[in-house]
Structure formats: structure tokens, C-alpha cells
Design a protein around this ligand. Structure first.
Ligand SMILES: Nc1nc2c(ncn2[C@@H]2O[C@H](COP(=O)(O)OP(=O)(O)O)[C@@H](O)[C@H]2O)c(=O)[nH]1
Ligand SMILES: [Mg+2]
Length: 403
């Protein structure tokens, strides 16, 4: 039976539309459907939703026995996985180690260095040796690196802690937390055991790694002339650092020769996106690289500029009278004294430290949700500083993927 021509045309058009829809759905079955957590104020689209491969060549990979743990002529460079950790955090550390060994280090066998302010227990040593083929060093912090400096007044410290506590600054009263922040800011790379090391990957207890990484990240840093690598960047609580930026400005006024011409001043002082933070932190955006993850070059921390900056901050007393973290101190140091081109977003390293994630869109990742920033309270979604970073820096990944 013959249908009139208009009906036949409509049927054909419907069929074409249907086939087109089926094609679109089949084409990208793993496409991420944007949910609430992917909406980041200030970013049109979370770059973690774009497919993520590897950074550009040259990349060094495993070939034959070149990265075997017992190869005395291996392709490893002077680098270590580094963790300041307490004996009581053994289980949480094993979690971090297992994830990093599974996704990366069982291939490259970089040595681990564990550092503590007290001796490691035999139980700690025995258990950590069981999860890696790589060499492990267990080190104690020299007392003079950890102790509260003599120029810090205990009375003023006690009074200050009360004020910090009233301002709801986390860990305000915990002296060891202040010591840890100071040590991570300006001491760790002076440890005698790290004398011959150039690069480190900082690993904390109870973090997660989700994605297989198949190249030597330390050689990546060296070959691509990078100084500092991060995964997550966040706003800080201004109440923990009110005098950090004013002290930084004072230091710069007397040492302007250290300021790098291609610095990250825009990122450090952005006022547009969160004026209240900038105001409360006296000119600092509070944007910082979240330093519980760092892959970096210790020679930068050992440089004259950063050392002079750390000495200035240390004398100013803010590690104890306020609660300056190593994250803002490292970020400001790198942001002022280093070329911004030398900072790298390790987008391809899936990472979690409670309550934030870096979770790229890659078939190499398992166990995290692409593009999810946090599994914590709703307000945490606003804490992402990547929109500020990308306002002032090009997205290296966009260049390689064309997105
Ligand atoms: N040995 C030692 N490690 C510490 C101490 N305080 C903190 N750490 C380590 O320093 C890092 C940061 O501490 P953490 O409690 O995770 O701080 P948060 O991530 O800011 O909540 C972790 O690797 C801890 O294991 C301390 O008093 N002694
Ligand atoms: Mg931690």
C-alpha cells in the first residue's frame, strides 16, 4: 500500500533523527553527565571532564630492567617518595603506600624516605617493608630543626593560640601542628638524609591514588624544567594567615631582586573572585597548592631567595603566633620567586586527601568519580582555586589535547 509523499518524507526524517540519536549515544558511552558537583563557580567547565592522557614527551618508561629495584645502573634520578609520619599512623600510611605502589612505584621503584620526630618502631619498619620492593630509609628529625625556636615567646604563643581558637582556626592549640608546618615550610629539605636528593614526592598517611601513571614523574620534572607540581589548589582560612601577606610585602620591599619577572602575583593577590578572603588576609587571595601532595625540586627551596624568605617569615613568628601552613608558604615562595611556567598541574594523577579529590577523565583511573572535587559538605565545592589559577595561567593540558 502506498503512503502519500508527505507522510513518507516525515517517516524518513524521523528515522534519520532516530539513527542520529542512537549514533550520538553509542559514540561516547562513558561520557560524563554533569552533576551538581561539576559546577565550579568561575570555570565554564571543569577541565577534569575533558579526556586526559599523558603530558607531552619526552617521557621515560619502563623498558626491560631499567627501573628494577635491584638495578645499580637504573634510570632513576636523585628523587624519593617522602613522608613525615607518626608511628601511630602506620595503618593509614600503608593505605597510601599500597595505592602509590599499585599505580606507579611498583614500576619505577623509587626509594621511600620516612621521617619522624621520634624513632620509628620495629613494627612500623617491618610493616612498611612488606609493601614495597624499593629501598626504605627511616630518619629522625634533628632536634634543632623541630624545636620551637628560642626567639618565640611561650607566653605570646599561648595567648595567640587562644585568639586563633576563638577565630575557629583548626589545630590552633596543637603545638606539634605548628612545628610540623614550620618544618615542612623551611626545614625538611635540610635533613642530612636528603642531602643528595633533588626531587621528592610528598605522601601523607591516608591518601588515595586512583590512576595508573606509566612514566617517570621525576624525569618528567627534570626533562620539562619544572620546579613544582600540584594536584589540588584551594582557598585557605584567612584567620590562619592574617600577617603572612603583610610580612611577605615587607620582605619584597627589601628584596625586590628575588621577584621573578614571570611570577604568579595575579594568582596570589586575586581580589575579584573572593574579595572577603583577600581583605581578611590583607591582600593575599589565600589560594594555595594543597601541599599534602607535592612533586617538587628541593633545589628551589634551597635557593638563596626562598631561604631568605623563610628566614624572614620564621623571625616574624607567624608559624607560632598565627598558624601559617606550609601550603601557603610554599605557594607564595614558588609564586613570587619562580617562573610560573615551571609550575605543573599533575592532572593525570588521581588523588584524594580528605575531603578533596583530583579525578581526571581517563580509562587509567579506578575508584574516583570523574570531575568530583569533594565528598564533603556542600560549601567545600566553592573552595577550588583552579578558576583563579586558569585566570592567570595557561592550561598546559588544553594545549596538548586541543580542548
Ligand atoms: N612525625 C610526626 N609527623 C607529624 C606530626 N604532626 C603531623 N605530622 C605529619 O604531617 C603531615 C600533616 O599532618 P596531618 O595531621 O595529616 O595534617 P592535615 O592534613 O593538615 O590535617 C602528615 O604526614 C602527618 O603524619 C608530628 O607531630 N610528628
Ligand atoms: Mg593530612
Amino acid at each position: 500500500m502506498a503512503f502519500p509523499k508527505p507522510i513518507r518524507l516525515m517517516a524518513a526524517a524521523t528515522m534519520v533523527m532516530f539513527l542520529f540519536l542512537v549514533f550520538q549515544l553509542m559514540r561516547n558511552p562513558t561520557a560524563v553527565h554533569p552533576g551538581e558537583h561539576e559546577k565550579i563557580p568561575g570555570l565554564a567547565r571543569d577541565p577534569n571532564l575533558d579526556e586526559t592522557g599523558e603530558p607531552p614527551e619526552p617521557l621515560h618508561r619502563v623498558s626491560g630492567s631499567n627501573y628494577d629495584a635491584d638495578n645499580p645502573n637504573s634510570d632513576r634520578i636523585n628523587a624519593t617518595l617522602l613522608s613525615l609520619v607518626r608511628n601511630e599512623e602506620l595503618d593509614q600510611l600503608l593505605q597510601s603506600m599500597k595505592d602509590l605502589e599499585r599505580t606507579w612505584n611498583h614500576k619505577f621503584n623509587y626509594p621511600w624516605t620516612f621521617i619522624n620526630d621520634v624513632p620509628f618502631t620495629e613494627e612500623f619498619k617491618k610493616a612498611t617493608r612488606q609493601v614495597t620492593k624499593a629501598e626504605i630509609k627511616y630518619e629522625i628529625i634533628p632536634k634543632e630543626h623541630w624545636d620551637v625556636p628560642s626567639f618565640i615567646s611561650p607566653d605570646l604563643m599561648e595567648e595567640s593560640a587562644k585568639i586563633l581558637e576563638e577565630n575557629k582556626v583548626q589545630y590552633a592549640q596543637m603545638k606539634s601542628y605548628h612545628q610540623m608546618c614550620r618544618w615542612n615550610s623551611g626545614m625538611f629539605y635540610k635533613h642530612p638524609a636528603l642531602k643528595d636528593m633533588q626531587y621528592y614526592w610528598r605522601v601523607e598517611p591516608n591518601v588515595h591514588f586512583f590512576c595508573d601513571v606509566d612514566y617517570d614523574v621525576f624525569r618528567y620534572m627534570r626533562d620539562h624544567n619544572k620546579t613544582y607540581g600540584f594536584t589540588v589548589t584551594l582557598y585557605d582560612s584567612p584567620e590562619s594567615v592574617p600577617q603572612l601577606w603583610p610580612e611577605t610585602v615587607k620582605f619584597l620591599a627589601a628584596n625586590e631582586q628575588y621577584l621573578h619577572p614571570n611570577n604568579s602575583m595575579g594568582f596570589l593577590t586575586d581580589k575579584d573572585r573572593r574579595p572577603s578572603h583577600n581583605e581578611a588576609a590583607n591582600g593575599y587571595s589565600t589560594c594555595h597548592f594543597w601541599s599534602n601532595f607535592e612533586i617538587a625540586d628541593m633545589n628551589f627551596w634551597r635557593s638563596e631567595a626562598y631561604e631568605a624568605y623563610f628566614q624572614h617569615l620564621d623571625r616574624a613568628g607567624g608559624f607560632f603566633y598565627e598558624r601559617w601552613g606550609d601550603a601557603p608558604v610554599h605557594t607564595i615562595g614558588v609564586g613570587l620567586f619562580e617562573d610560573k611556567e615551571k609550575v605543573h598541574w599533575f592532572k593525570d594523577i588521581g588523588y584524594q586527601h580528605i575531603p578533596f579529590f583530583n579525578c581526571p577523565n581517563s580509562p587509567k583511573c579506578r575508584g574516583c568519580e570523574t570531575g568530583r572535587l569533594t565528598d564533603g559538605d556542600a560549601w567545600l565545592k566553592g573552595e577550588d582555586c583552579r578558576p583563579v589559577w586558569f585566570k592567570y595561567h595557561k592550561n598546559e593540558w588544553a594545549l596538548s589535547t586541543g580542548k
